[in-house]
Design a protein around this ligand. Sequence first.
Ligand SMILES: *Cc1c(COP(=O)(O)O)cnc(C)c1O
Length: 382
Amino acid sequence: MKQTPYYFYDLDLLHDTLNCLKSKIKGTDFKVHYAVKANNNGEILSTISRQGLGADCVSGGEIKWALDAGFAPEEIVFAGVGKTDEEIIYALENEVGMIHCESLQEIVVIDELAKERNTFAKIALRLNPNVNPLTHEKISTGLKENKFGLTSLEFEELIHLYPILNNVQIVGMHFHIGSQIHDMSVFVELCDRINELVPMFEEHIGPFQYLNVGGGLGIDYYEPNENPIPEFGSYFEVFKTCLDLPAGVPVHFELGRSIVGQCGSLHTKVLYIKKSEEKNFAVLDAGMTELLRPALYNAYHKMELLDAVTSEEMLYYDIVGPICESSDCFGKDILLPELKRGDIIAIQSCGAYAESMSLNYNGRDKVPSYMHSSKNLVPQEC
Ligand SMILES: *Cc1c(COP(=O)(O)O)cnc(C)c1O
């Protein structure tokens, strides 16, 4: 038996998800970039690059991973609110396709660094559309109070400065309003804002040639088995119907969670059961160091007992990890078949923001990952 804990990835589901996604954008000007930060496992990255998606990177390290996994430089976009000079130079030297800029100062720095290297950077402006994504506050990014994107004050200044910035070309706009979004009306509102901003861009900056609407499509953490593939159809339909762009402008998406979220789970062993007057605790060998989302965002992950169930009785448990933090808890009052020491639990929907967020806190080693693939994959529509 495998040493627990470990991440378990179902590459068949990843393939089905990618095939479904691609079938929904066939025949459009849409291009999907995979948000590497959701999961940078080498096998996952190379599977996605072989399927023809681009990569959305938020650091120099992620650019390197994407290049190593086979993504072409021109298919890579580089975003992030705090890019270091070294990272910008790395992006310029590797000729990544686009840099998404989040402040006026950053644009000036990119212009200087490009000039020193006798090169030229294509950039897009990340603007904050002030759209409420109706999701958890810690994964909201498109509200005025969030740190992301150029402020309108900076945009005004940029208009005056742009004529003397000779080593950057501003080709379009980038938005990303948040993550784990289920309400499609949020994306409708984003499209409305974009439609208002395009003429302003054309008036003050130049021809509008590139739009990136970010990512954020949610997955079903409550019923992952029933809904393994997200609502790509209705998601892309919103942008097909609501965007009003000059002809021929490509629309880029940066999806992370919705591509990889459901294909991974975290398998962990019950170390101890303990009871108090009020509660049953199940202490697992995985903790917030392998899956941070519950501690960070109060996120819910469905848990399943993997082995044959030996007891008819269902009991309520607080499912906790071994880390010395009270927030190291995967769920309170979770109804499961009676657990015993040695049982294996699969924590589901761990394909996104689990392995990539893992920590060494408490002297924890990085845990292994295993891939399942039936190999005879038939592309499936959805
Ligand atoms: C995190 C992030 C994404 C991906 O978000 P998902 O919710 O995983 O789709 C896309 N774009 C940017 C700029 C991001 O920071």
